[in-house]
Write a new protein. Structure first.
Length: 464
């Protein structure tokens, strides 16, 4: 197969494809054998008619058409793969005519592609990064959560108040009829947690053991199951018991009982370290995002609206496909969303544009730095596994299906991100914020309409 790529502008290309006559003939032979399965000719068993006789009987044109219908998707994938084109959106295929016997097949593909980015500064960018801070309030909150886990419940002979736990029986009805899941016995409800339908817990404050109450509520519009969403309901409730929650004292005995530490001070220290570790991890993750955003902001690229829509369509289709695998009807899901598919598509366009800009900038970095991906890195990306999930077997299957290039590109862009993040210089967030206040590319774009053009004498460092 031969391919020729022509740039059309606006992030679109045309790929001219030539399929050798021998490949066309092989596909015709396969198509003829498939068609033979439905043919009956004297002297031949059903499905055993030779391919050449099928072609003679039906004519060359219908057999070629059958061959192309079966082969074009594979040829399309092969053509894009061999030409190095990264498609965005649905392609336009043009087959100008069926090849005569012994002739190559020619067809063209017009498709959107990832925009080309011109990089600004991408090594050594300065980005704000916060120092992990663990306020005493955060440690205290975690200790309170632990105390809650070791709380005891004691029956009391008084009216229920917020913070109490009550045992109750209930029966719910909608339009006077019970509904699935609307009945319970000896259910425990903690008052003041706001975990139930609005108005339910509030109506139980002041109730005493043995008391019956009728509670009117309205299910939220986004309630599940959907048949109850937005509907008024009535619950008949019997309070069986009121229990008071008793928290353990915050002392060394509690620390010894709730952890492997002997003293409260040691437990506090461990909690502080754990919170600090989590804060540092989040700061690293945010720093990585901010560095890549800085590289994107410093790059120049044109992202046509049509390309953004195409990427948004891809994203939405993947989401709906995932829903179907989880047993949810995509059409039914879209029908209950305000604005339907169009509104859902509009809601993902910002993310679609950002993903295109991110990929384009990182691809430019990978090109500038001559980043390559080894097979060992592909195996590492596939992760550990055994049997059919052994990474080497997975990679072999990807290669056989021609999908290993997709994984290779993902790892390549990840390495490009690693490179710019490792080279970046963290600065205090206050310093980054001060520089942001002086000038940003976004401000220039708003004022001049030029994307990514820095003005002489202005300083910019993107930050968190």
């Amino acid at each position: 197969m031969k391919t020729t790529v022509t740039e059309l502008g606006d992030s679109r290309v045309r790929v001219e494809v030539e399929v050798p006559a021998a490949e066309v003939d092989a596909r015709m032979d396969r198509a003829a054998k498939e068609l033979a399965g439905e043919m009956k000719l004297p002297g031949f068993r059903k499905g055993k008619v030779p391919a050449q006789l099928v072609i003679q009987r039906l004519g060359r044109e219908p057999v070629v058409e059958q061959a192309l219908r079966a082969a074009l998707p594979e040829w399309y994938d092969t053509a894009l793969r061999t030409s190095g084109v990264q498609p965005v959106g649905e392609p336009q295929l043009d087959v100008p005519g069926l090849p005569a016997e012994g002739e190559d097949l020619g067809f063209s593909i017009e498709v959107g592609v990832r925009p080309t980015a011109t990089l600004g500064d991408y090594l050594g960018v300065e980005v704000g990064k916060p120092e992990p801070d663990v306020p005493d309030e955060a440690v205290d909150a975690e200790l309170e959560r632990l105390r809650e886990g070791f709380a005891s419940l004691s029956p009391v002979e008084r009216a229920a108040a917020e913070g109490d736990v009550i045992s109750l029986d209930y029966l719910g009805t909608v339009d006077g009829e019970p509904f699935d899941g609307g009945e319970g016995k000896d259910q425990l409800v903690e008052l003041g947690t706001a975990t139930l339908v609005e108005g339910f817990e509030e109506a139980l404050v002041g109730a005493a053991a043995g008391e019956d109450r009728t509670i009117d509520v309205t299910f939220p519009e986004d309630y599940r199951p959907e048949e109850l969403a937005g509907k008024p309901a009535q619950f008949r409730v019997t309070v069986n018991e009121v229990r008071e929650k008793e928290l353990p004292d915050l002392d060394d005995a509690f620390a010894s009982n709730a952890s492997e530490f002997e003293t409260l001070a040691e437990l506090r220290g461990e909690i502080r370290s754990r919170i600090a570790e989590g804060a540092a991890k989040r700061a690293d993750e945010q720093f990585r995002e901010d560095v890549v955003d800085a590289v994107i902001a410093g790059a120049t690229m044109q992202v046509p609206a049509e390309l953004v829509t195409a990427r948004a369509e891809e994203s939405l289709d993947r989401f709906l496909h995932d829903l179907s695998h989880r047993g949810i009807d995509p059409e039914a899901f879209m029908n209950v969303q305000e604005g339907g598919r169009e509104a859902m598509l509009e809601s993902v366009k910002d993310d679609a544009e950002r993903s295109l800009r991110r990929e384009s900038a990182l691809a430019a970095v990978a090109e500038a730095e001559s980043i390559e991906v080894t097979d060992d890195e592909l195996l590492e990306a596939l992760g550990p596994g055994e049997g059919k999930n052994d990474p080497r077997k997975l990679l072999d299957r990807l290669r056989q299906s021609g999908r290993d290039d997709v994984l290779r590109e993902e790892v390549r862009l990840r390495k490009a991100a690693d490179l710019v993040v490792d080279a970046a210089k963290p600065i205090p967030v206050e310093q980054a914020a001060a520089r942001e206040a002086i000038w940003t590319p976004d401000k220039d774009r708003e004022e001049s309409g030029a994307e990514g053009e820095k003005q002489p004498g202005k300083i910019w460092t993107p930050g968190g």
